[in-house]
Design a protein around this ligand. Structure first.
Ligand code: PXP
Length: 252
């Protein structure tokens, strides 16, 4: 596949949820997600992403103000579209809010948000967040109907779910990988055409990040699990710097 030349700088949002996963495995305060956020900032991250799940399995309520205080770069709060989460977001006012689907039994955010089928509720959910100055993003599958619905409900940003693409990369199914990449390209192009900013994320690592970083409309990647795993071996700063290098290479 020939990739068009990207025209926008690519930001890296570092998701620090799994520092909290490790902390919660023992209880107590170590390792501290706010310290990880600060290190990520020092290593050149453009933003910090954290997902306050309804079951608080990793990030807990106190982490949000601690991280907001620890760093100067923008904070992107991932959350379910519930009244509880809306109140927390309005109380703390992070720079960005990414609405994600949530199921208790899932290990991670498995699919994209159903926007088209929940448009009325999402429109009234997003309005007060946007009025409070947050950039509201919707985490969706690379599906054109969902992209169009995202614009209709008042989102400013879509984050395209790269999970299926990453799974096909890992399984070695090249045809499925290319088909998913094609869907990502089409969704990114449509989103930009209708005025949405385009982000992408989920499952990205050094091996699979290149083609996603090369999608010209994508201006931000949010990456967590792989970076935290890699940090065990090389340290967080080195892991982030290498991801940055890979993203820049793909973007050239
Ligand atoms: N973007 C969103 C919306 C997510 O829910 C997640 C996972 O929490 C990520 C990005 C990061 O995915 P990963 O941890 O697989 O890099």
């Amino acid at each position: 596949m020939t990739l068009p030349r990207p025209d926008a700088p690519l930001r890296l949002g570092v998701n620090i949820d799994h520092v909290a996963t490790l902390r919660n495995a023992r209880g107590g305060v170590d390792p501290d997600p706010a310290r990880a956020a600060l290190l990520a900032q020092q290593a050149g991250a453009d933003g910090i992403t954290l997902h306050l799940r309804e079951d608080r399995r990793h990030i807990i309520d106190a982490d949000l103000p601690a991280i907001l205080q620890a760093v100067q770069i923008p904070i992107n709060l991932e959350m379910a579209a519930t009244a509880e989460m809306q109140a927390i977001a309005l109380a703390h006012r992070p720079h960005a809010i990414c609405l994600v689907p949530e199921r208790r039994e899932e290990r991670t955010t498995e699919g994209g948000l159903e926007v088209a089928g929940d448009a009325t509720r999402l429109t009234s959910f997003i309005a007060p967040l946007a009025a409070a100055g947050a950039r509201v993003s919707l985490f969706i599958a690379p599906d054109e109907a969902q992209v169009e619905a995202a614009a209709q409900v008042g989102a400013q940003v879509v984050e395209l779910h790269t999970g299926s693409y990453c799974e096909h990369c890992a399984s070695g199914d090249d045809a499925a990988r290319d088909a998913e990449l094609h869907r990502l390209f089409a969704a990114a192009s449509l989103a930009q055409d209708i005025g949405l900013e385009v982000h992408a994320g989920h499952g990205l690592n050094f091996v699979n990040v290149g083609p996603i970083a090369a999608i010209p409309e994508v201006v931000e990647l949010n990456i967590g699990h792989f970076l935290m795993g890699e940090a065990i071996f090389v340290g967080l700063e080195a892991a982030i710097r290498e991801m940055r290098r890979q993203m820049n290479l793909a973007r050239m």
